[in-house]
Design a protein around this ligand. Structure first.
Ligand code: GLV
Ligand code: MN
Ligand code: MN
Length: 406
């Protein structure tokens, strides 16, 4: 990972040693694992240390309030979990910037005209249970509690079991209207995950939209067998069907302008070098500006998989794991932030965010901080200390303006 970059941002330096992935590089911080538990403890202590009142909601999200909770609260924050082998900035930058900006407002003697809160959303990356933005989807009702609680992690534990072990009552998970009614605006600061701000040569921008995106499992099933004794003519090998499908996916996506399709994970069972697989799960992420384009692309990938499976005497089954339609952030908050900050560019993004999920229930907006590598979900993700400071300045200015002057 980019050691100096993360550690030269003060808040990130405090958590730099939590959840390092010595095998993949970068960080692996997944819902309620040891790293996530330590990050949550750090957040609670840090928020309490600056005088905020910490509260845990019914869905695994943590709230730190300045003033009595809601209504009309101005909420900022992001997430602390990561993808496997992720960078230091995706999520944590928004949390440490939120704490810094709110602390600055507090010590300056500013008196907000509405409550202010810092939030940490649970399982934004979906790295443990497969559904991105799990905490914000549960809170906003974007995912039914029953469906979420039955999700399993790689070792077969259900979300219900994992929540219970973390001290949460799974029976209380789900849409939380009382909490939603307290939120006037959620403003999430995030490292930019593409090249928009690099190309524009500015450190900070606001979000205009988030591409619709989803995750699907393509399960290829065949006949497990012996790698040495099974003639090539006698095989029903799902790995061959999976490989042929994967090889076509990039071209199928390129045929639709702006569409993206990614296979970043393949699980073969039983997974032995001298064993013909009995089953191969191929995990597909697909995104596009227009939701119908994503739907059509995924349907075509499913048909391609079925054809390759049939050619190998296998079957292919396509199952949707999660879906979030394209979100255009509301004009009002974006324009108000633009007025407070002066000329800041508005950027679309292909990355998913809790702010986009929550947009279905409450007004939301986002600030981006330039990432000079243009790389994210990888250890090379970066933001300079100067740009991160510009992000905190922008967030403080926006919060001060939105919360009204004393
Ligand atoms: C999360 O960052 C995603 O875009 O999947
Ligand atoms: Mn993120
Ligand atoms: Mn991410």
């Amino acid at each position: 990972m980019t050691e100096t970059g993360a550690t030269s941002v003060p808040g990130l330096a405090e958590i730099a040693d939590i959840g390092r992935d010595t095998v993949r590089g970068g960080y692996s911080r997944h819902l309620f694992d040891e790293a996530d538990r330590q990050l949550r403890e750090w957040f609670v202590a840090r928020a309490a240390g600056i005088g905020l009142d910490v509260d845990h909601d019914r869905n695994g999200n943590i709230w730190a309030w300045w003033g009595p909770p809601g209504p009309g609260a101005l909420v900022t924050g992001s997430h602390l979990d990561s993808v496997p082998g992720g960078g230091a900035f995706d999520g944590p930058l928004g949390v440490v910037s939120a704490l810094d900006a709110v602390q600055r407002l507090m010590v300056s003697g500013f008196r907000p005209s509405r409550p202010v809160a810092v939030v940490v959303f649970a399982e934004e990356e979906g790295s443990r249970f497969g559904v991105a933005c799990l905490g914000s989807k549960l809170l906003s009702g974007g995912l039914a509690a029953g469906t979420a609680l039955a999700l399993t992690d790689a070792s077969g534990c259900t979300l219900a079991e994992v929540m219970a072990a973390a001290g949460l009552d799974p029976a209380r998970a789900g849409r939380d209207d009382a909490l939603l009614s307290r939120i006037g605006l959620f403003l999430e600061l995030h490292v930019e995950q593409g090249r928009g701000l690099i190309d524009l040569g500015v450190p900070v921008g606001v979000a205009s939209s988030v591409l619709g995106h989803g995750r699907w499992r393509l399960r290829f099933a065949g006949q497990g067998n012996h790698a040495g004794t099974t003639l090539m003519s006698d095989r029903r090998d799902p790995m061959v069907a999976a490989g042929a499908t994967i090889a076509q996916i990039a071209d199928l996506a390129r045929a639709r302008a702006g569409a993206r399709a990614t296979v970043g994970r393949v699980d073969a069972a039983p997974g032995g070098t001298n064993v013909i697989a009995s089953r191969v799960d191929v995990w597909l992420d697909s995104r596009a500006e227009e939701d119908e384009v994503t739907r059509a692309l995924v349907a075509e990938i499913g048909a391609t998989a079925a054809a390759h499976a049939a050619a190998q005497g296998c079957t292919a089954e396509l199952t949707e794991q999660s879906w979030s339609g394209t979100v255009h952030f509301p004009d009002g908050p974006r324009m108000a932030i633009g007025e407070a900050l002066g000329a800041v560019p508005a950027l679309p993004t292909g990355a998913g965010h809790d702010a986009a999920v929550l947009a279905a229930a409450v007004p939301t907006a986002m600030l981006y901080v330039r990432n000079p590598t243009g790389i994210s979900h990888a250890p090379e993700e970066f933001a300079s200390a100067e740009d991160c400071a510009a992000g905190v300045d922008a967030l403080e200015t926006a919060l001060r303006s939105l919360a009204g002057r004393s």
